[in-house]
Design a protein around this ligand. Structure first.
Ligand code: CO
Length: 186
């Protein structure tokens, strides 16, 4: 397994509608293994393939456990399609492609999903609560939609402005760290 680079907004990979997976081969298995490692290292609970710049319809996710010491259940969904939705829930969401940005988004409280596993075998499963929110957030990614797109125009503008300001500050800080490292070597 290998960790991959997570792309941040406004990377164009986040805007692309991903293609159906048709080859359930070793390349797909490696991608899913790498996504799991990348998601775990970033302390995320969901990661879509286009967040590592691979435009395929697949995501990895952790269904949170019942208690603090329950690590939860790891799942991977290929070609996921929501076939049923019930209820509403408003939840504070974050995204590995928008570090440090959290916004409340309205989603269905429960979703029925059809999907394939890594071997191309079809499944159907119902997800609720945080897992349902996560599934909707990740399937949005596969359609080129981010959680910021689910905000009102005003909230979206404010959120993106705050995010880009913080992102710029992080980039300046990283550049200063690199310069300091170069001086250290001289
Ligand atoms: Co996300």
């Amino acid at each position: 397994m290998a960790e991959r680079t997570i792309v941040e907004y406004p990377h164009p990979a986040l805007r692309r509608r991903c293609a159906e997976v048709t080859s359930f081969d070793a390349t797909l298995a490696t991608l899913l293994d790498d996504m799991r490692e990348t998601m775990d290292k970033a302390n995320g609970i969901g990661l879509a393939a286009n967040q590592v710049a691979v435009p395929l319809r697949a995501f990895t996710m952790v269904i949170p456990g019942a208690s603090e010491d329950d690590p939860g259940e790891f799942v991977e969904l290929v070609n996921p399609v929501i076939v049923g939705k019930r209820g509403e829930v408003r939840n504070e969401e974050g995204c590995l492609s928008f570090p440090e940005l959290y916004e409340a988004v309205l989603r269905a409280a429960e979703v029925d999903v059809q999907y394939d596993d890594r071997n191309g075998v079809a499944h159907r499963r119902t997800f609720a609560q945080i897992a349902a929110v996560c599934v909707q957030h990740e399937i949005d990614h596969l359609d080129g939609v981010t959680f910021v797109d689910r905000l009102s125009p005003l909230k979206r503008r404010l959120a993106l402005r705050a995010f880009q300001r913080a992102q710029l500050a992080r980039q300046v800080e990283a550049a200063e760290d690199r310069r300091a490292a170069v001086r250290g070597r001289a």
